[in-house]
Structures are given as structure tokens and as C-alpha cells.
Design a protein around this ligand. Structure first.
Ligand SMILES: [Zn+2]
Ligand SMILES: [Zn+2]
Length: 203
């Protein structure tokens, strides 16, 4: 049973409240009121009236403590969770950026290694070219020059005829000068769009 409310009295007659006047919008009245202003009005039982309203209030208390307040507290907790979510995103972006930097370092290492390899290959090719050119100069061109100069100054007619024939047949053969080939590569341009796309975080 609900505890009894503290006693309060009618302000007009000083009597204890005895009924509720339903005709007068649930006004609390004393025994004297019944025969005075509220004569002939529809009266209600004060205890039942009090219990009914206490039940209504209790329902409100239950709703507040079991539903409304927990819901708001849960919403407050969710506010905290949402706030923390940005920290998660920031962490994810930083992590992805770190991985991306690592990948870029790998690409730099790869390209530097390739450059060194290309340099080695080209050094080797150039050394081969140089050796061949020196050999061509020393064993072919310079002796030929000496021989031709000698024949110009002291050659017989027979020598001159031979050399002229040699020069004619040599001119039919294409030039022996080597084409100096090397290998090369150019790094691709970096796309910042592609870098940014790599940083996109899905959550
Ligand atoms: Zn009264
Ligand atoms: Zn009344």
C-alpha cells in the first residue's frame, strides 16, 4: 500500500478533505463543502483518487527511470563514441600513410638499384666500345694512313695501282665505325591523384 499523504485541510472550512468533486474538475473538498458550494455535485472517493494518481505518477517515475533517462544516457555515450570515431579515422589515415611511405621507399630503392644496374651495363658497353675503337684505330686506320702516305711519297706505279684497287673495294663495304648503343630508362611521372586515392580510408 502507498504511504498516507500528509494531511491537508480545506482553506474555506478548515475541515479535512473528504472527497473529490468530479463536477468541479477534481477539486478537493471537505464535508462542509459537500453541503455548501458542491451540493448535488458528483463526488469521488478521495483514497481511490489519490491511489489512481499515485499510480499515474509511479508510471511516470518508471518510464523516466527505466526508459527516458537510460535512453538519454545511451545517447550521451553514443556522442562520445562518435567523437572517438574521428580519432580512429585519423589513426587509420596515419597508418595508411605510413604504409604508403614504405611503398614509396621501396619504389625509390628499386629505381636506385635499376639506375645502378643501368650504369654498370652502360659502363661495360662503353668499355667494350672504347676497346674496339682503339683497336680499329691502331690496327686498321693508323697503319693504313702510314701505308698510303709511304706509297704517295715513294710507291711504284704497281703499288699505286694496288692501293687504288684496295680503296675502291673498301668503299663498297659500309663504314666500320660502330654505332655506340647504350641502355636507358626514364622514371614515370608521379600522380598525386593516385597517391591521394591510395590514402582513402573505408570505414
Ligand atoms: Zn470545505
Ligand atoms: Zn463541486
Amino acid at each position: 500500500m502507498a504511504a498516507q499523504s500528509p494531511v491537508s485541510r480545506c482553506s474555506r472550512h478548515e475541515g479535512m478533505f473528504a472527497f473529490v468533486c468530479e463536477t468541479c474538475d477534481d477539486k478537493l473538498i471537505c464535508m462542509t463543502c459537500v453541503t455548501d458550494d458542491h451540493n448535488g455535485h458528483r463526488l469521488g472517493d478521495l483514497n481511490k483518487f489519490e491511489e489512481k494518481h499515485k499510480r499515474d505518477i509511479q508510471q511516470c517515475v518508471d518510464k523516466l527511470s527505466e526508459t527516458d533517462i537510460p535512453n538519454v544516457e545511451e545517447a550521451i555515450r553514443k556522442c562520445d563514441t562518435k567523437y572517438g570515431m574521428y580519432q580512429k579515422r585519423i589513426d587509420a589515415i596515419k597508418l595508411q600513410g605510413k604504409e604508403l611511405k614504405g611503398s614509396i621507399d621501396d619504389v625509390i630503392d628499386f629505381m636506385v638499384t635499376k639506375c645502378a644496374e643501368v650504369e654498370n651495363i652502360n659502363t661495360s658497353i662503353s668499355e667494350g666500345n672504347k676497346t674496339a675503337l682503339i683497336e680499329h684505330l691502331n690496327t686498321d686506320l693508323k697503319p693504313k694512313l702510314g701505308r698510303y702516305q709511304d706509297i704517295l711519297t715513294s710507291g711504284t706505279v704497281e703499288d699505286i695501282t694496288d692501293i687504288a684497287r684496295e680503296i675502291r673495294s673498301a668503299s663498297n663495304v659500309s663504314s666500320t665505325s660502330r654505332s655506340l648503343k647504350t641502355v636507358d630508362f626514364t622514371p614515370e611521372k608521379i600522380s598525386t591523384d593516385r597517391l591521394a586515392a591510395s590514402l582513402e580510408v573505408f570505414w
